[in-house]
Design a protein around this ligand. Structure first.
Ligand SMILES: CCCCCCCCCCCCC/C=C/C(=O)SCCNC(=O)CCNC(=O)[C@H](O)C(C)(C)COP(=O)(O)OP(=O)(O)OC[C@H]1O[C@@H](n2cnc3c(N)ncnc32)[C@H](O)[C@@H]1OP(=O)(O)O
Length: 718
């Protein structure tokens, strides 16, 4: 709602009241319309201030209403009512003015912002455009290039930048509402003719066509199939080429296309999914709201390779005191230099003070003795990690949380090396650890709720989106990835090429196809894991080389590694590069010959594989494993999996994540296609639809937010 009060006798004050962000729900819109009429009808009121309760102006349209039938007064007539008012209306912007909130502010005649406020049009991230006049008013106010930048990227600007751009009239360090009231008094009775943005002519720079062409190219490059950014450009184009009223019609038309699109639904689902993962629960009944994190002031990192350095930087930037340990002098000195460079670049980019003094380096593991939390980041080798955990258990102070940065090793096995297994959790960071937003917090059967809560909170302070997952080989992300990779290898055996598979996945929206990613991260990484799992047998010929444990296996990756083709770092992998470390993947005729020889050797006849088959086999097996993970209680809900895949594995955000995508395709269709492929490839267990997938498909494809009701909770182990 919005409530009305009178301040200093002559100022009508409208306060938006809809915690936590004063979103423009039907009740708030109704409140604004009613109170505006009241303010305009009271003769004593000479000017009006609109503000938000609890230091937040407005977070925009209420996204939760988008899924339901729209009720209440629409936004567009509401902003027209404000702009057309005969008394000056001043927006007092504290905290945030985002989306519809900024559109509301732009309909006011003046805007006063607090210096800490952030303003922006983030609709594009929800698959929409600023559809309450934002695409028509902003270019009239700040010019076309700046409007295109803000609307197509969705970036938030500070009050200072907003002042510079001309979005706000004044910035104050003091109370913005008080400042707005004073301002409102000072402009009472003044003409509003020059204050209604919709009446401004839209500036037409001479190189207009080139500006729009560049903007389109830019969004095509960065949007990877998302339709909203390009549609935003079209809407701004209408502001320049059409009179205001016609431009508004065009904005509405374009908004309607986006609003009804599957991409908008996916992006809005993802918005809430990313927030839902913080309300974590574990298979044995621990929960975010009943588990108290321990205070962590001092953290330690053991092992300063690439991951350890990224984690150290991230901890220091988050304000933790860090002890960084590398036992080899030479590596320690290299790591110091590496970390300093990363901190300097980070400080420059983000305009924050350097965090060098937060870090103490040491060659001795003893230095971690008084840390509240230790993150082990040594090589991915169980024996080595076990030794480190035995040492930590002896050295660390009682109650210290012991974490391992592993991408898939057994947390419980490591916990069993310590005297306090309840204090052991996994913290699976993604490379580069100081950049990537995702953190899998892995709990073992013995991890205490307090330990999980502490790791989740430390992750949050590091700026990560932390997702709590159970302990199993590969956790959530890498366990699902295994199926995806396996299908990609099988497709090569059957006649596809790496570039064909990659093209299909890139057209789907992945930034890079599976083989390009494999070349980037190094083929040797998976080879080591397969060796440790006893899958890489000595070279042999015949069918047996393609079977492990009774199931189909493709040794293609192993064979490339045996030839020293580790990907970009060696200049050759699934593609060729101009030199070791080269970045530009080129089709490699050698690899095509190698695949032909391989097929001939194993009696495989290449066939034409179409786009649909590549997509279905790679994605549906990955999704199927996701259902298995839900069934096993490793992830608490589909949102956890989707957030992991979008933030950690480059799943296109506008497709919501693999589980949301499955819900859109239709679970019955996913089952039907998996069964189809399973009949052809009965030796591939990953094609067997999981029980949970079948169950959900059989009850008529329920909406994704209903899945949790069907997922059987495993027996409590607490
Ligand atoms: C059929 C055809 C129809 C055609 C019709 C045409 C005409 C229609 C015209 C309509 C035009 C509408 C145009 C306007 C669109 C919009 O305004 S879309 C919304 C734009 N705003 C945003 O995208 C802001 C989103 N929010 C955030 O970025 C952040 O939440 C924040 C505001 C910066 C605060 O961040 P933080 O402090 O970190 O808190 P969070 O945890 O993120 O959020 C706290 C809770 O608040 C919920 N929430 C936030 N914003 C909204 C919102 N806008 N609506 C609803 N709920 C919101 C958030 O979900 C959190 O709650 P939980 O999920 O319960 O944790």
């Amino acid at each position: 709602m919005a409530f009305y009060s009178r301040v200093s006798g002559s100022v009508g004050m409208i306060t938006l009241q809809n915690p936590p962000v004063n979103a423009l729900s039907a009740a708030v819109r109704q409140g604004i319309v009613d109170t505006m009429h009241r303010a305009l009808s009271e003769p004593e009121v000479k000017s009006v201030v609109i503000c938000g309760q609890n230091g937040k102006f407005c977070g925009g349209a209420d996204i939760r209403e988008f899924g339901a039938t729209m009720a209440g007064p629409p936004l567009v007539p509401m902003v027209h009512l404000i702009e057309a008012a005969s008394k000056p209306v001043v927006a007092a912007i504290e905290g945030i003015a985002l989306g519809g909130g900024l559109e509301l502010a732009l309909s006011c005649h003046y805007r006063i912002a607090h210096s800490k406020a952030r303003l922006g049009f983030p609709e594009v991230a929800l698959g929409l455009l600023p559809g309450a006049g934002g695409t028509q008013r902003l270019p009239r106010l700040v010019g076309v290039p700046a409007a295109l930048d803000l609307i197509t990227t969705g970036r938030h600007v500070t009050a200072a930048e907003a002042r510079q751009l001309g979005i706000v009239d004044e910035v104050t360090e003091l109370n913005a509402v008080d400042a707005a009231v004073k301002f409102a008094q000072s402009v009472a009775g003044k003409s509003l003719d020059a204050r209604r943005i919709s009446t401004y002519p839209c500036p037409r720079p001479p190189d207009l066509d080139a500006i729009f062409e560049r903007a389109m190219q830019q969004v095509r490059r960065s949007s990877r199939g998302a339709i909203a950014p390009g549609t935003c450009v079209q809407a701004v184009h209408a502001a320049v080429t059409l009179p205001y009223a016609k431009g508004m019609e065009r904005e509405r038309e374009l908004f309607s296309v986006l609003f009804n699109s599957g991409q908008a639904r996916a992006l809005q689902y993802y918005f809430f999914a990313q927030r839902a993962v913080s309300r974590w629960s574990t298979a044995n009944g621990a929960r975010w709201d009943t588990s108290k994190p321990r205070p962590v002031r001092k953290a330690a990192v053991i092992g300063l390779g690439t991951m350890g350095r990224g984690i150290t930087v991230s901890l220091a930037q988050a304000g933790f005191t860090v002890v960084a340990v590398e036992t080899q002098e030479k590596q320690l000195s290299e790591a110091k230099q590496g970390v300093s460079g990363m901190l300097e670049r980070g400080a420059k980019r983000r305009g924050v003070p350097l965090a060098h003094d937060k870090i103490k380096y040491s060659c001795s593991v003893q230095a971690v003795a008084d840390a509240d939390l230790v993150i082990e980041a040594v090589f991915e080798d169980m024996a080595l990690k076990k030794t480190v955990f035995q040492q930590l258990s002896a050295i660390c102070k009682p109650g210290a949380l012991l974490c391992t940065n592993t991408s898939g090793l057994d947390i419980d096995e490591l916990a069993s090396q310590t005297q306090s297994p309840e204090l052991v959790v996994g913290m699976h960071f993604f490379a580069p650890a100081h950049v990537m937003q995702l953190l899998e917090v892995v709990y073992g059967p013995r991890s205490s709720p307090e330990a999980v809560a502490t790791a989740m909170q430390v992750g949050k302070k590091m700026g990560k989106v932390s997702v709590a997952v159970g302990n199993c080989r590969g956790f959530v992300g890498n366990r699902m990835l295994k199926q995806y990779l396996e299908q990609a290898f099988f497709l090569l055996e059957e006649g596809a090429t790496p570039e064909q598979v990659d093209q299909v996945l890139e057209e789907f929206g992945f930034a890079m196809g599976v083989f390009k990613v494999s070349d980037l991260s190094g083929l040797d990484v998976g080879w080591k894991v397969r060796k440790a799992d006893g899958l890489v047998s000595p070279a042999s010929t015949g069918t047996s080389a393609r079977i492990r444990g009774g199931s189909r296996y493709s040794p293609l990756g192993d064979l490339l590694c045996e030839r020293g083709r580790f990907g970009q770092k060696t200049g050759k992998g699934w593609y060729q590069y101009d030199k070791p470390g080269g970045r530009v993947a080129k089709v490699d005729p050698w690899l095509h010959g190698f695949l032909e020889d391989y097929r001939a050797q194993h009696g495989l006849v290449a066939r034409r594989i179409d786009h649909q088959e590549v997509l279905e086999r790679c994605l549906y097996t990955l999704i199927n494993e996701g259902f298995q993970i839900l069934q096993d209680g490793i992830a608490a809900g589909p949102e956890d999996i989707d957030v992991i895949y979008v933030l950690g594995y480059g799943w296109p955000r506008h497709r919501g994540g693999p589980m949301f995508y499955a819900s859109q395709v239709g679970l019955d269709k996913v089952v039907e296609r998996l069964e189809h492929y399973q009949q052809i490839h009965p030796d591939v267990p990953g094609l067997q639809p999981s029980r949970l997938l079948r169950k959900l498909a059989a009850i008529n494809n329920p909406a994704i937010h209903k899945w949790r009701e069907v997922i059987q909770k495993p027996r409590s182990q607490l």
